[in-house]
Design a protein around this ligand. Structure first.
Ligand code: C2E
Ligand code: MG
Ligand code: MG
Length: 718
């Protein structure tokens, strides 16, 4: 009886453990179904056992002093499937399982020869051929009269004892061979048992971990969370969580843990845990997260992270005082490095620039690469513009130091825009301000910084507006071409006209080219505009040719147009379409075109020249080219800039300069035109210097074709 009670207790314990183990392991566990089956059977057996214990039937026998069974109770016979009188006395022996016969017999003789009761169990054949386990307590009768035995059907116990053994074996196997770490904790959260996988994962031997508290094993920042989890589990609720410990070799191990309460007879007595090493997955996740917020080339923060940090600062910065500064950097002419030395060198340069930039700021400052050669910095805790400027100087110095990239020595400068962190309540807006200031630094000559001012912002707005208007003007054909006479100084005859564009804006009236040509060049809108002027001037020139066969028409070309590879072809096409003789067309180019000095510039100029087109150098003296430089290009006409003509006769330096230019130009076989002639005195001077032609308000302002017609017809001579 005692044995059975112990078995019952152990069975219950085992059931609780198996249930906890099952709850904790994943669905992919090998043998899971088998365990589930066993568990269900064990639970059933346990229930049956309980009910049986309450309805114990009377099983008894008596034996004579020789050990022969003399009587057997009806309950006993019924248990074995027989009617009360069905068996004869001598047949009882047959009921005993042959393997158990000796044991039973020995127990019986022990009882007969002694005074105390003995316990024995054995199998007895049921009428249907199966065996029934009976447990006997055999007590000697007084005076050696034999013995009597009280029996009990323990077949069920035997069955679930077997189940128990099997399930314990299975549990053991699971515990020993599971690739997951399996352990149990006591109510205090200390490790009681652990399987070999725990050692494999953590590097610690059982004696190093058993007795340790789970909390202490975890990394400090994970401890509080684990304690809370453990508390919930102790309340009877299983939990999953992720945590980290130090491997015995010191590296950080990330673990996924499942903790399941170990419930025994309704009470939580401990915790059963399963852990899995998820370090690799964690690292992959970290890499992904890093990639989402960093620039892969330089490792700096990317735009998303930068704006995120800025957003945070803007919200924090509730006071009106600036508390941080933003720098916006763009490397000057980086494209040239990339194009001439290749992307690999370009990339290495960016990496080095990023490294230097980082070295200039504090560890807590955010440095980002927004893309291309654009970098941004947040200088935190910078309350004063002077501090921000000082930091900017440091950065400019550091980034301007010569670079040695793969053996290429080079100097690269940044242009920097600076804005303080109180000038906008929106992160993106602030970044835009910094960008505007950077743009201003570029405009003002590069390799420098500019601090943002609201005026800059207005300029940008105006520019944007102008660009929009300009696009609309092209679409609505709001342009007109005026012509300014060019006069032969020797004869006073009009030998040509210069086509000058006017924009007639319906809202703002006439806008001068000085106001919109630079923007049109920057945006590329000069291409359609230039084409329009050329067509218009050629069409008009062809008309004038009928009345004045030698009148030349001069058209301005911008540097941007010269970068187009098919400029010459386009001009040829216009000449053909308008039937304008090339020899009557003059193109005015500026020194900056020659400064581009690419192979295509030379080629285009020669091509145009070969067509018979005249080439004039406009605004001469305002650029940096010298006369000897001009020799290399097929130029026919030199137009001396208005600023020099202005001082003729009054400013001796200007007078000397104009004289020299005219003399040298003559030596180079160039025809000279004086621009911006406003007075008779200036004409007199130019004539004295044998300057061939003049152009300016003194003769006429830019005029409509009709007004030019009148001038030509009236044949006015100066
Ligand atoms: P530019 O080619 O040097 O043209 C001469 C400019 O000087 C014209 O200004 C003309 O009106 C002005 N001017 C002529 N004589 C006098 C004078 O006696 N006194 C003063 N104060 N000014 C005089 P405009 O028409 O305003 O053009 C300015 C510039 O815009 C031109 O300088 C040229 O560089 C550019 N431009 C004009 N039309 C075109 C065009 O169709 N295409 C291109 N690419 N540029 C153009
Ligand atoms: Mg011109
Ligand atoms: Mg000019």
């Amino acid at each position: 009886m005692q044995q059975s009670l112990q078995a019952t207790h152990r069975l219950r314990q085992s059931i609780a453990r198996a249930a906890a183990a099952l709850a904790a392991t994943g669905a992919d566990l090998p043998g899971r179904q088998e365990i589930e089956g066993l568990l269900a059977a064990a639970q059933q057996a346990s229930a049956l056992m309980d009910s049986m214990a309450q309805s114990d039937q009377d099983l008894s026998i008596t034996c004579d002093p020789n050990g022969e069974v003399t009587s057997i109770s009806a309950g006993c016979l019924a248990t074995l499937g027989y009617e009360p009188m069905e068996l004869a006395e001598g047949e009882y022996r047959r009921l005993v399982h042959p393997d158990d016969y000796a044991t039973l017999r020995e127990s019986l003789y022990n009882a007969l020869s002694g005074t105390a009761s003995t316990n024995v169990e054995g199998r007895f054949r049921h009428k249907d051929g199966t065996f029934v386990w009976l447990e006997w307590t055999i007590t000697p009768l007084a005076d050696g009269a034999g013995a009597y035995g009280i029996g009990r059907d323990i077949t069920m116990y035997k069955q679930y004892e077997r189940l128990l053994r099997e399930s314990e074996q299975l549990y053991r196997a699971l515990f020993e061979y599971s690739p997951d770490g399996v352990f149990t904790l006591d109510f205090e959260g200390n490790v009681i048992t652990m399987n070999p996988a725990c050692t494999q994962i953590s590097g610690y031997q059982p004696h190093e971990l058993i007795g340790q508290s789970l909390e202490q094993l975890l990394m400090p920042e994970h401890q509080a969370h684990a304690v809370a989890i453990l508390h919930t589990v102790m309340q009877g609720e299983a939990q999953n969580f992720e945590s980290a410990i130090h491997h015995r070799d010191g590296r950080v191990l990330y673990l996924h843990a499942t903790l399941v309460p170990l419930v025994l007879e309704g009470t939580v007595v401990g915790v059963y845990g399963v852990v899995r090493d998820i370090t690799e997955r964690k690292h992959a996740e970290e890499r992904l997260a890093h990639m989402a917020f960093h620039d892969p080339l330089t490792g700096l923060a990317n735009r998303t992270l930068f704006i995120g940090r800025l957003d945070q600062l803007v919200t924090e910065n509730v006071s009106n005082q600036p508390s941080f500064a933003i720098l916006y950097l763009d490397l000057d002419d980086f494209k040239i490095v990339n194009d001439s030395l290749g992307h690999r060198t370009g990339d290495l340069l960016l990496v080095e620039a990023a490294r230097r930039l980082k070295s200039c700021v504090s560890a807590g400052d955010t440095v980002a690469r927004l893309g291309g050669d654009e970098f941004t910095v947040i200088l935190e805790g910078t309350q004063d513009t002077d501090d921000a400027i000082a930091a900017t100087h440091r950065i400019l110095r550091e980034l301007t130091r010569p670079y040695d990239i793969d053996g290429h020595k080079m100097v690269v400068t940044p242009s920097v825009g600076v804005v303080m962190g109180n000038q906008g309540d929106d992160a993106k807006e602030l970044l835009r301000y910094a960008d505007i200031a950077m743009y201003k630094a570029k405009q003002n000559g590069k390799a420098r910084y500019e601090a943002f001012t609201p005026v800059m912002y207005n300029h940008v707005l105006q520019r944007l507006q102008l660009e929009t208007d300009l696009r609309r003007a092209i679409e609505h054909r709001e342009f007109r071409v005026l012509y300014q006479p060019i006069v032969e100084l020797g004869t006073g005859e009009i030998v040509g006209v210069e086509a000058l564009i006017r924009w007639e804006d319906p809202e703002h009236g006439v806008i001068s080219p000085a106001q919109f040509i630079p923007l049109a060049e920057e945006t590329g809108l000069i291409l359609p505009i230039g084409r329009f002027v050329l067509e218009e001037a050629c069409r008009q020139g062809r008309k004038w040719q009928e009345t004045h066969p030698n009148l030349m028409v001069s058209v301005n070309l911008s540097a941007r147009q010269f970068r187009e590879p098919f400029l010459a072809e386009e001009i040829v096409q216009v000449l053909q379409e308008t039937d304008m003789p090339p020899t009557l067309l003059q193109l005015e180019i500026t020194e900056s075109i020659l400064m581009q000095e690419s192979a295509t510039t030379q080629e285009t100029l020669r091509h145009l020249k070969a067509l018979g087109i005249q080439l004039a150098m406009d605004d001469f003296g305002t650029g940096y080219s010298s006369l000897s430089y001009l020799k290399r290009f097929p130029i026919d006409v030199l137009k001396i800039d208005r600023s020099f003509v202005d001082g003729l006769g009054e400013n001796p330096e200007d007078t000397a300069l104009v004289r020299t230019v005219i003399q040298l130009a003559k030596a180079l076989n160039l025809t000279v035109t004086g621009e911006g002639v406003e007075t008779a005195e200036q004409i007199a001077q130019l004539r004295a210097m044998e300057c061939e032609r003049g152009q300016g308000y003194f003769f006429a302002r830019p005029l409509t074709p009709k007004a030019i017609d009148e001038l030509l017809v009236n044949g006015r001579n100066w």
